[in-house]
Design a protein around this ligand. Structure first.
Ligand SMILES: NC(=O)c1ccc[n+]([C@@H]2O[C@H](COP(=O)([O-])OP(=O)(O)OC[C@H]3O[C@@H](n4cnc5c(N)ncnc54)[C@H](O)[C@@H]3O)[C@@H](O)[C@H]2O)c1
Length: 439
């Protein structure tokens, strides 16, 4: 079977399904064969213990959302590569959830191996490091039998995607619940719009476009005495082994929406990109713009752009054209014979909270929930786009998936060297289309 004709495996709950599953919570708890610990959670008489690995901006946010779910829940362990990040996140979470944060000194873990010890203390693990580490962390979490929330992207190269897909299969066998931070799948406006598109509101979808064009992110200047590994870790966004480039890091959200709408993944792509403005030594090795044309199994094309350049036109959006109408997916507007517009609720809806509410409801009710397959395939969609812009070649899905190019350092330690190193002027090698090999 062609990989790309396989329907998406999102697994998120629509609002209706969410209400149905929560109202049958007690029945769910009676399902035969529930693992003892999960049966206890479902009965509501046990505490769910959470560990946070990667205590930065999103990690602190995700832990806050996990602790805000309707569950008897405690944060019991934290791990980070850097102690300063762990301590500031802990202070922030303690202030927000005084009764729910119990991280003792011996449950604060620092360094590259910290994740393993943190996992051991928990039932659910929140994985929010830079994405290069995700395959390694997800694999270990599944091995230890933990439920997982992990941020997107879930991998930055072919070997990483394969590891996540294999661990996702294992998670399914172990009945572990896995949420992935592609929160648009938990946002009612998107859910209702995509449902209408799937029901044929604009006929066959023949043309798509999506953008993440904005000004880019922070820079952390090199500090005296820092090892190269520490410098790259602090500036992870600018290194492919850590972030995958911004086409993976941010544009994945828009590519994933188009995959969702198309109910499949692209078969190939080609594109162009480069560094026009962000060229100095503070910007590592990534490009500042990519434009990629993807082709889906039915021959329809997606025009994708992502740009990180200040002072330019900005747009973070998705739109599609069908045989009988068109749709601005992010604005939730359908035009044509079945014109429709999503009515905003009076209370604004927070998809970051909803994705945790849905994950913890699935844990309590023991309902199927595994977003790792789609997370891995949408991550591969963005990885193949980078492979295309860096190389200037057509990249097929299978070639990207089966690529043996592993961008991770051979050894991960503070005194180890990443594969990409600066020259005497502090500048890193940059991919050159027509020359660089990416698969
Ligand atoms: N879904 C969304 O809308 C959304 C929004 C923001 C960020 N994110 C994702 O969240 C992830 C983290 O982003 P962020 O903005 O929080 O970055 P950040 O730099 O603020 O946090 C990352 C943290 O991970 C730690 N870390 C790095 N390597 C580690 C390792 N091997 N073991 C343990 N800790 C490690 C860092 O020290 C840092 O504290 C990224 O994948 C990003 O794409 C998603």
């Amino acid at each position: 079977m062609n990989e790309n004709t396989i329907p998406l495996e999102h697994g998120p709950l629509s609002r209706r399904r969410f209400l149905r599953t929560t109202s049958t919570a007690v029945g769910g708890a009676l399902v035969a064969g529930l693992a003892v610990e999960r049966a206890a959670h479902a009965a509501g008489n046990d505490q769910i213990k959470v560990a946070l690995v990667g205590c930065g901006g999103r990690g602190s946010g995700a832990a806050n959302q996990a602790l805000s779910t309707n569950a008897n829940i405690k944060l019991v362990a934290m791990a980070d590569a850097f102690r300063d990040r762990l301590e500031s996140s802990l202070n922030d979470l303690k202030a927000k959830h005084p009764g729910k944060v119990e991280v003792s000194e011996d449950h604060k873990f620092v360094g590259f191996d910290a994740y393993k010890q943190a996992f051991a203390a928990a039932d659910v693990v929140v994985l929010t490091t830079p994405p290069g580490f995700r395959p390694m962390h997800f694999e270990e979490a599944v091995k230890q039998g933990k439920h997982v929330f992990m941020e997107k992207p879930v991998a930055v190269d072919g070997p990483g995607v394969r590891r996540v897909l294999a661990a996702a299969e294992e998670a399914k066998k172990k009945n572990l619940k896995v949420g992935v931070g592609l929160q648009r799948h938990h946002q009612p406006g998107y859910i209702e719009t995509v449902k209408r598109l799937h029901d044929g509101a604009i006929g066959d979808i023949v043309s798509m476009r999506c953008y993440w064009n904005d000004g880019g992110v922070w820079v952390k200047p090199r500090q005296p005495g820092q090892t190269e590994m520490e410098y790259q870790m602090r500036n992870w966004y600018y290194f492919v082994w850590l972030s995958g480039d911004h086409i993976c890091e941010q544009h994945i959200h828009n590519l994933d929406v188009i995959n969702w709408v198309k109910n499949g993944y692209p078969v190939k792509c080609h594109g162009m990109g480069g560094r026009q403005v962000r060229t100095g030594k503070d910007y590592g090795e990534i490009y500042d713009h990519h434009a990629v044309e993807y082709e889906y199994a039915d021959g329809s094309r997606l025009a994708s752009q992502c740009r990180h350049i200040r002072g330019c036109w900005s747009s973070v959006s998705e739109a599609v054209v069908g045989t009988t109408g068109s749709c601005d997916v992010n604005s939730h507007i359908i035009r044509g014979a079945n014109a429709w517009r999503y009515k905003k609720p009076e209370m604004p809806h927070d998809p970051y909270q909803q994705e945790h509410d849905d994950l913890f409801a699935a844990i309590r009710n023991n309902t199927p929930f595994n977003e790792a397959f789609n997370g891995a395939k949408s991550s591969l969609t963005s990885v193949m786009g980078r492979m295309a812009t860096y190389s200037g070649q057509v990249i097929e899905w299978d070639k990207a998936l089966n690529s043996e190019i592993d961008v991770m350092p051979k050894r991960i330690a503070w005194d180890a060297l990443p594969q990409s190193l600066p020259d005497k002027d502090g500048l890193y090698p940059i991919a050159i289309p027509g020359v660089s090999q990416t698969v």
